[in-house]
Ligand binder design. Structure first.
Ligand SMILES: Nc1ncnc2c1ncn2[C@@H]1O[C@H](COP(=O)(O)OP(=O)(O)OP(=O)(O)O)[C@@H](O)[C@H]1O
Ligand SMILES: [Mg+2]
Length: 403
């Protein structure tokens, strides 16, 4: 097969000869592809000794890296035991490890490695990263990292990419990949990718910047563009413009319980038609509210995604005859889902029936960049009840649908 490498990929392949070699930047920009080729060269010609490969988890490493690597080398050149994570590639032993947890570092303590390939290094645990570097003690050992950008104060940026001493001594080299550095992406695919990220996630995953998350979380929400009147919602319900109704619930005890109901159109636009937002209320109360809404809509709500931190409350809703289930609560991907819906004008809210949601949409923010909490990269944990209900509902509904 004739290889069509982009100039950036060629440059990386020819020059990644430092102790630590980092390719970082946009999604789908060809980082893994070229690092795989480089790793194969290293496996065949690097110093002898055991090697290490790591990902967020062993399974994500398999999915993101090993499957491509195996397709490149052909069946006869590797043997992989998914249970132990031991890989033989061209006869060389490689330990494959998950690295996201605090105790991941224990799995490699005391080992000696001749080389290490880390996928998604920013989401590997800091202690694992430190330990793995120390373990690469064989003379001529080399390290290859790939990652998407993260917060600008992330330790991979401050302690490695920006460390002048490492760069001056030629110990670290890094390459910034952009979408155009992958010559195989079609313009349509690039457009699709651009449409699937918004806000800080766009800056990081499309522009490849180490951008800080700041200001309003839902900057793309505009009262003018996304608020809809009660009259319009009632018309849409009457004229059966919604193919189904879905909902999200965020539990609270002294904090409010927030519940949102959305109508979903046939072209997958989401209209928040109603909200429940009350402090010191019970699961039964919100359950009765949902039943009343179903009676008014003349239709069952297809699914109610609930905060999975209190599964017995979800169970109580099920016992009342509601189709409640526990939600996946991943934050960044969930925020990006909601941001992207606003950006693409696919999410609307009835301001007359959902005033608390509108209020939260306008105030939900990230910490100021100089606040130490900013490095946590998550929005301020206050006045976010309806925001959580919204994220649970929309992100879980869309997670497995390619819409
Ligand atoms: N030179 C190339 N020749 C053929 N296919 C390529 C080449 N470069 C990249 N690809 C393909 O393009 C797709 C995206 O590339 P790759 O997985 O390397 O991107 P990435 O930068 O690692 O993305 P992510 O940040 O999402 O992990 C993959 O399917 C990969 O096989
Ligand atoms: Mg990759």
């Amino acid at each position: 097969m004739a290889l069509k490498l982009s100039p950036k990929q060629k440059h990386y392949y020819a020059n990644s000869n430092a102790k630590i070699n980092v390719s970082h930047g946009a999604v789908r920009s060809g980082k893994t592809f070229i690092t795989n080729l480089r790793w194969l060269k290293f496996v065949r010609h690097g110093p002898p000794g055991k090697l290490l490969m790591s990902g967020r988890t062993k399974e994500s490493l398999k999915e993101n890296v090993l499957d491509d690597l195996f397709a490149m080398v052909g069946e006869e050149n590797y043997r992989y035991n998914a249970a132990t994570g031991v890989l033989y590639l061209f006869g060389r032993k490689i330990e494959c490890r998950g690295a996201e947890k605090i105790d991941s570092e224990g799995k490699i303590r005391g080992r000696t490695y001749a080389g290490w390939y880390a996928d998604e290094v920013t989401i590997q645990h800091k202690e694992f990263v430190k330990q793995a570097i120390a373990r690469c003690s064989v003379s001529g050992a080399q390290i290859f990292w790939t990652t998407n950008p993260d917060h600008p104060k992330h330790h991979i940026k401050t302690d490695f990419l920006e460390k002048k001493s490492l760069r001056d001594k030629g110990l670290l080299l890094h390459w910034h990949f952009y979408l155009e550095d992958n010559a195989t992406l079609t313009p349509d695919y690039i457009e699709m990718l651009k449409g699937s990220f918004s806000g800080v996630f766009y800056d990081r995953n499309i522009l490849g910047q180490w951008a800080v998350a700041q200001g309003r979380v839902y900057q793309d929400y505009s009262e003018e563009r996304h608020n809809v009147s009660r009259e319009e919602i009632n018309r849409m319900i009457r004229e059966r413009e919604f193919m189904e109704y879905i909902a999200g619930t965020d539990w609270g005890i002294s904090a409010p319980i927030a519940a949102n109901i959305y109508g979903v159109t046939r072209d997958y636009k989401f209209y928040q038609i109603a909200e429940f937002y009350q402090s010191r209320s019970t699961t039964e109360e919100v359950g009765r509210w949902y039943l009343q809404q179903e009676a008014w809509l003349g239709k069952k709500i297809s699914v109610i995604y609930c905060d999975s931190a209190e599964p017995d409350r979800t169970l109580e809703l099920q016992k009342m005859g509601l189709r409640a289930m526990n939600a996946n609560k991943e934050i960044d991907a969930g925020l990006n889902t909601v941001m992207t819906l606003f950006k693409n004008d696919r999410l609307f809210v009835c301001s007359e029936t959902c005033p608390d949601t509108v209020n939260e949409l306008l105030t939900y923010r990230y910490p100021e960049p100089d606040d130490p909490k900013a490095a946590l990269d998550t929005p301020i944990d206050a006045d976010n009840h309806s925001m959580d209900a919204k994220r649970y509902c929309l992100h879980n509904y869309l997670r497995y649908r390619r819409i």
